[in-house]
Structure formats: structure tokens, C-alpha cells
Design a protein around this ligand. Structure first.
Ligand SMILES: Cc1cc2nc3c(=O)[nH]c(=O)nc-3n(C[C@H](O)[C@H](O)[C@H](O)COP(=O)(O)O)c2cc1C
Length: 209
């Protein structure tokens, strides 16, 4: 059985990024351990119109991702469960993506607050020197936000702002193409193959042809 990637969804806007990353991992045959923060339930509700409930996570996640899931695909850990597997370095995972990452999650991970399982799992993966990708979503930012991102970078995380490029799809890019660009960059950083965006070919204007 392959070791899973942890995907932590915090309460920043951008739940489509999380769905695209989870979908991309599953498409690549990579199992996912999922942690959805308390605040992220509000953004999921706001941005998808759907609830995400611990007791019904499998059906809620299937609806959110709009795909059928098996027990082997995704394991869900409640964000309040600090005894869960990903809270320990001895629990084997490949690494972690925090997507989207709220300013609060960035701050908590940067200073080792571990106020919930998402923050603890990120800290664990950093200390174990596994790949960690953090996708901050806030604009504009304060000096303290920037300092927390520098601390995350210095701790070994890839800081990958939710900042899509247009070169893969052109100026008429759909929202989903822009989401997939960011999700594809996350998978690139984790070393997971995908076809979420068209790569730069070295030819100007190729996206319009
Ligand atoms: C609808 C909604 C949208 C939000 N969008 C953002 C955002 O884009 N970026 C951010 O840093 N915080 C955002 N917040 C605030 C966070 O949810 C809040 O700071 C929360 O404490 C984050 O907790 P968490 O990191 O444990 O998920 C938003 C909150 C709500 C309710």
C-alpha cells in the first residue's frame, strides 16, 4: 500500500484549489489523508453551498469533489483529533500540502502553535524533513504575514501562493483552468505527475493556437 499525502484544508478562500489538488493526487493513484479545519467548513459552505461534516465526510467529500471515492482513496481525520495518525512523525506519509492556507494557519505552522491537527501535521512533516507545500491565500498582506511565510520557507516548506499564470490557457482562461494551474504547481512541487495545465513550450502565443 502506498503511503498517503496529507492534504490540509484551512479556512482561506479557495476551496476549489483543495478539490483540484485532492483530485489530482487521486488521478495519479496517490492516496490522501484529509484534514479540514473548523474554519474551512465555513469556506466550503460559502464557496460550494455544501456542508462538510465529520460524521458524513465520505458523502460530503464525494459531493464536493464530484467523484466517486473508495476507502482506499481518502482517509479523513477530524481537525480536533490531536491523537490522529498524522500528529506523529512515526505515522508514515509522503508529505503534506496545506491548500488553501489561511494567514492563521501560516502563522500557527510557522511558530509551531499546533492548535489543531492540521497545524500539528504540518509541523510534523517539516520536522521530519518531508515535502511540505503551503498555498497562502490573502491579499494584500501585512509584514507579519510575510515574516511567517519566510519562516515557513526557512523551515523547508515550498511557499506556493495561489497565483495562477495565464500562459497555459491564454487571457480567456476559465476559472477552472486557473485553479488547475495552481493545483498542478502543487503537484509539481510534490513530484506527482499530472496533466492539469499545459506546460510552457518556449513559444509565445501557443496557448491561443
Ligand atoms: C468565508 C470566509 C473566507 C475567508 N477567507 C480568508 C482568506 O482568503 N484568507 C485568510 O487568511 N483567511 C480567510 N478567512 C478567515 C479564516 O477562516 C480565519 O482566520 C480562521 O481563523 C482560519 O482558521 P484555520 O487556519 O484554522 O482554518 C475567511 C473566513 C471566512 C468565513
Amino acid at each position: 500500500m502506498r503511503e498517503p499525502w496529507v492534504v490540509g484544508v484551512s479556512g482561506a478562500s479557495g476551496t476549489p484549489y483543495a478539490a483540484a489538488v485532492v483530485g489530482g493526487l487521486l488521478d495519479a493513484g496517490e492516496p490522501v489523508d484529509l484534514i479540514v479545519s473548523r474554519a474551512a467548513r465555513l469556506t466550503v459552505l460559502d464557496e460550494t453551498g455544501r456542508s462538510f461534516r465529520d460524521a458524513h465526510w465520505a458523502e460530503d467529500l464525494a459531493a464536493w469533489l464530484d467523484r466517486d471515492l473508495t476507502d482506499a482513496d481518502v482517509r479523513h481525520w477530524p481537525a480536533g483529533d490531536l491523537a490522529a495518525g498524522p500528529s506523529s512523525g512515526s505515522y508514515r506519509v509522503r508529505g503534506m500540502a496545506v491548500v488553501p492556507a489561511s494567514t492563521a494557519a501560516c502563522a500557527g505552522i510557522a511558530i509551531g502553535l499546533s492548535k489543531d491537527l492540521l497545524q500539528r501535521a504540518a509541523e510534523v512533516n517539516l520536522k521530519e524533513r518531508r515535502p511540505v507545500v503551503v498555498v497562502p491565500r490573502e491579499t494584500p498582506v501585512t509584514r507579519s504575514h510575510l515574516e511567517h511565510l519566510i519562516a515557513l520557507h526557512d523551515a523547508g516548506a515550498v511557499v506556493l501562493p495561489a497565483s495562477p499564470g495565464f500562459y497555459g490557457a491564454g487571457a480567456a482562461a476559465s476559472a477552472q483552468q486557473l485553479v488547475d494551474f495552481v493545483a498542478g504547481k502543487v503537484l509539481d512541487a510534490l513530484g506527482v505527475p499530472h496533466t492539469l495545465f499545459r506546460r510552457w513550450s518556449g513559444q509565445l502565443g501557443a496557448a491561443r493556437s
